[in-house]
Structures are given as C-alpha cells and as structure tokens.
Design a binder for this molecule. Structure first.
Ligand SMILES: [Mg+2]
Length: 377
C-alpha cells in the first residue's frame, strides 16, 4: 500500500482561556495536521503539535518541513514500513522530530486502518484501560488556582499539574493553596518549564518538599543535567525531565548523569509512536519510569498518544492530554472526553478517531501555509 499523497494543514484551535507557563502565554494551540493518502484510497491522519516558545518550531515551519522535505521523501514508500519511513525522513532532514511525528502517526493510522484494528492492538496490545487523566493549573493568581483545583477534584480528577517557573516565592504559594484546596489524597506534580536558575530552583524545590509532590518537572534549562543531578541528590521529591528528552540517546545521557527520576514522553516531541515506544523501553532498561506528557494536542494527536499510552510498559498514572478539555472546539467528529478523570481508549481502527473534514478546512482556512519572506527559515 503505497503513499501517494502527503498534505499538511496549519490548524489553530482556540483555547477556552489563555494558558500561561514560564516561557509564554498561549491563546490558540498551533498544529500541523497531516493527511496521507495511499494508492488503495486509505487515508491516515497524524499531527505535529508545537509551541515555538518551548520547542523552537512554529506550525508554519512544520508544514514547510512536511510538504517540502518529509512528504516528498516518503512518497511511493509502503505505508506499513514505519522504520524505513523514519530512516528516510532522518536522511533528508535531521532533527525536527515534531514534523516527523506528524508523518509517522499518519502512517500508523493508515496501516492499522487497513488492518482493521485499533493501533494499540498492533503495537503490543493495551496494558491499561481506561487511563487516568490529569488537569492543569497554569500560572494564575492564587484565588483562581484554588478555584480551578476545586473544580477539577469535583469533576473526578485525582492528578493535577501546576505550572511554575516564573517567580519561585509565588510558585510556592500557588502550590500551597492548591494542596490546601485538594487535600492529601490528590497527586500534585509541578512543572518549571526550565524557568529557574540553580539557586532559585534549589530554594523553591526544598520549600516545596512539604507539599508531598508527585515530582518536580524540568526546573532547570534542558542542557543543565549537572544542575538537575544536584537537585535530584538533594531532594526526596523526584525530579522529572521533559525538555531534556527528545530522542532515545537523551535517555542514556540523562540517566547516566543521574539528572532525573522520571521521564516525560510526549509523542509529538519524541517523533511519533515508534520512537516514543523505543524511549519507553530504553527507560525500562535503566529502571526509570515515564509518564505521558502532552503538547495540547487536538483530538487527532491526543488519540494517537492514548494508543501509545495504553501500551507503553512503564507509564506512571496521570496522562497529560489536556487539549480535549481546553479547546472551544475540536477537529474530530466525536471529541475525546474524560469521565471522572479517566480517558477511554478509542476503539475504532487506526488511531481511533474520525476527522471532521469541514472543521479541518475551517480551522486551517486563510492561514499562511509557509513563513513569509524573512519569517524564520
Ligand atoms: Mg513539561
């Protein structure tokens, strides 16, 4: 079943409210949705999710990379030859794992639709189902953080993520008020998005030990493995890494440096389903658990991530696919929703969801496909 067409759509979905982290504020979640067509008429969808302030690519660069380099490179290949497709993409364009993830997920969707099976059944079979979800509190005033936390618990969530990393004293108070609101049974994890320097990270993390956090994620810049190791040594609260992990080789570097106790795998960040599974297995071999992070994906990206999340061998509970609840609309026909804080695993063939073509058109209509002259390439 040969690939005959690769298309990329710059889709931006509006959020119900702005989402602020240490690196910036998002009002629309930017994606490149990929549609691959085979010579037998099977259509697969994938998603390259990004946020340029975190990952260094905006959605137009992803669309450009897919339509100019990755798409032509995989044209005519068998859509089931996932490893050969990954190798071909690496040959024509180094790095840019997010763009490659969009193509890889679309191929995974198409090949498993053709097999008549959900993706999870083809990549090892689901280990866990349904899957516990988290909700997130971004950098907001204390009263709002408390109100959000109470609402999440009322809706059945038992895992909450709090964004930190701008002002460590304010962060401590936000975490304190959320812990006081939700009580001791709810798991709280915090994420600094590289926002601290070593001194403020050490102070913030030491004060936060009293809140019995599930872990403290990426308090320091991605490159500062030595600083992360100092924190991991000094604290009993586990240290998690996110921006320090993209590929399988990063797992070895991070674990060897003793820089993390737990690893954040995001399917778009890590290059797709197959590369994410490799990272999970590499972490298993070094005795380090992982968790499923998110890039505020649309229903397409979230469905693909759930298929991976059901099958990865060493995932800690609490998947971070908050896009479904954060958007005012989605591009799939039946939105993914959480019931009492749990995601069901989509059971249709492929990644398990159907794309609403009219909405795909609407949310990408009129958008500049590529950067304007001098616009970043
Ligand atoms: Mg993170």
């Amino acid at each position: 079943m040969k690939i005959v067409k690769v298309e990329a759509f710059p889709v931006s979905l509006p959020l119900k409210k702005p989402f602020t982290i240490a690196l910036g504020t998002m009002t629309h979640s930017p994606h490149a949705v990929v549609r691959i067509t085979t010579d037998e008429g099977v259509v697969g969808y994938g998603e390259a999710s990004t946020w340029h302030v975190v990952y260094g690519y905006d959605q137009h660069e992803l669309v450009w990379a897919i339509e100019q380099y990755l798409g032509p490179a995989v044209m005519g290949m068998d859509v089931s030859d996932i490893e050969a497709i990954l190798a071909r993409m690496d040959m024509v364009l180094p790095k840019n794992l997010m763009a490659k993830a969009g193509v890889e997920i679309a191929c995974q969707d198409a090949r498993t639709k053709a097999l008549g099976a959900p993706l999870s059944q083809v990549i090892g079979g689901p280990l866990r189902y349904p899957i516990e979800a988290i909700e997130a509190i971004d950098i907001v005033p204390l009263e709002e953080a408390s109100r959000m936390a109470a609402g999440y618990v009322e809706n059945g969530f038992r895992y909450i993520k709090i964004k930190i990393g701008l002002d460590w004293k304010e962060d401590v108070e936000r975490v304190r008020v959320v812990r006081e609101t939700v009580g001791p049974e709810v798991q709280i994890r915090v994420d600094g998005n590289q926002g601290y320097d070593r001194a403020s990270a050490m102070k913030a993390c030491q004060v936060m030990e009293q809140f019995e956090l599930q872990w403290i994620e990426q308090p320091l810049p991605d490159w500062d493995l030595e600083g992360l190791a100092l924190l991991a040594e000094a604290l009993w609260t586990p240290i998690a890494v996110d921006e320090s992990i993209y590929g399988i080789h990063d797992v070895y570097k991070v674990v060897k440096a003793k820089a993390a106790d737990v690893i954040n795998i995001k399917v778009p960040k890590c290059g797709g389903i197959s590369p994410s599974l490799k990272i999970a297995h590499a972490a298993v071999s070094m005795g380090v658990p992982c968790f499923l992070g998110g890039c505020i994906e649309t229903g397409v990206g979230a469905a693909a991530a759930l298929q991976f999340g059901a099958c990865a061998p060493n995932l800690v509970k609490g998947v971070e696919l908050i896009g479904s609840g954060a958007f005012t609309d989605d591009i799939i026909t039946e939105p993914l929703i959480t019931d009492h804080g749990m995601f069901s695993l989509p059971q249709k063939t492929g990644i398990g969801v159907e794309v609403d073509e009219a909405k795909l058109e609407r949310y990408s209509k009129g958008k500049t496909k590529y950067p304007k002259k001098g616009g970043g390439l």
